[in-house]
Write a protein that binds this ligand. Structure first.
Ligand code: SF4
Length: 216
């Protein structure tokens, strides 16, 4: 186990987000504050919804799944992973024996970048306060970073996804951190591609480790 480095350096807007997020005593309060966030002018102007995240109706999540940013369907509905990637994620979670209803589903960046571009470092830095506080409030024993943006958030900007995945779980602030492929990569490489097989295997392994599944 190794301790992960801290997420990207904060600027003034990021510090304001971090202060506000840290002051949120619970999830509803954080969700209310995040829903009105204007820290990234370009994203705030273009979004329909701030996609704060999904959490279990009750109880501590078994695991937090962390992706990159909302896409068009997520922006429209205000919920994470509900488009094509979300459908595949739901299917693979079900096959793994992991109930999405017992997981937290989050993103590094809560507003859709225009044209689905990769979020910029300043946007990731500004949104970091929300995610950090979400993980503190939810306190999941395990976290799965889905794709490179999420892996970099936890492990630093030089992270190489395939290498981080091969290393296996590391400790991040007292939680087991697992790095795997984003469902969009699994879709891009097709049903017989390596990312889909890897993602499915990783979800099965995490389900086993968090006790959602009794046998592999
Ligand atoms: S991406 Fe995050 S920090 Fe930027 S405006 Fe949206 S909620 Fe705020």
């Amino acid at each position: 186990m190794v301790a992960a480095p801290r997420p990207p350096r904060f600027d003034a807007a990021a510090e304001e987000v971090a202060r506000t997020a840290a002051a949120a005593p619970d999830w509803p309060s954080l969700a209310r504050s995040a829903s009105g966030c204007l820290a990234c002018p370009e994203l705030a102007a273009a979004r329909r919804n701030v996609v704060v995240g999904d959490i279990p109706v009750a109880g501590r999540p078994l695991v937090a799944l962390v992706g990159e940013a909302p896409g068009a369907t997520e922006d429209e509905t205000g919920r994470p992973f509900v488009g094509k990637s979300g459908a595949l994620l739901d299917q693979l979670l079900a096959e793994a024996g992991l109930d999405r209803g017992r997981a937290a589903v989050l993103n590094v960046v809560k507003c859709r970048p225009p044209g689905n571009r990769t979020p910029r470092a300043d946007e990731v830095g500004r949104c970091s306060g929300w995610l950090r506080r979400q993980l503190q409030l939810l306190d999941p024993p395990a976290v799965i970073a889905l794709g490179l943006s999420a892996a970099k958030w936890f492990l630093g900007p030089r992270t190489v996804l395939a290498r981080a995945r091969e290393v296996g779980p590391v400790e991040w602030e007292g939680r087991g951190l697992y790095v795997t492929y984003h469902p969009s990569a699994a879709i891009r490489f097709g049903p017989n591609g390596a990312p889909r097989a890897a993602l499915a295997a990783d979800l099965r392994a995490v389900a086993y480790l968090v006790g959602a599944r009794e046998t592999r």
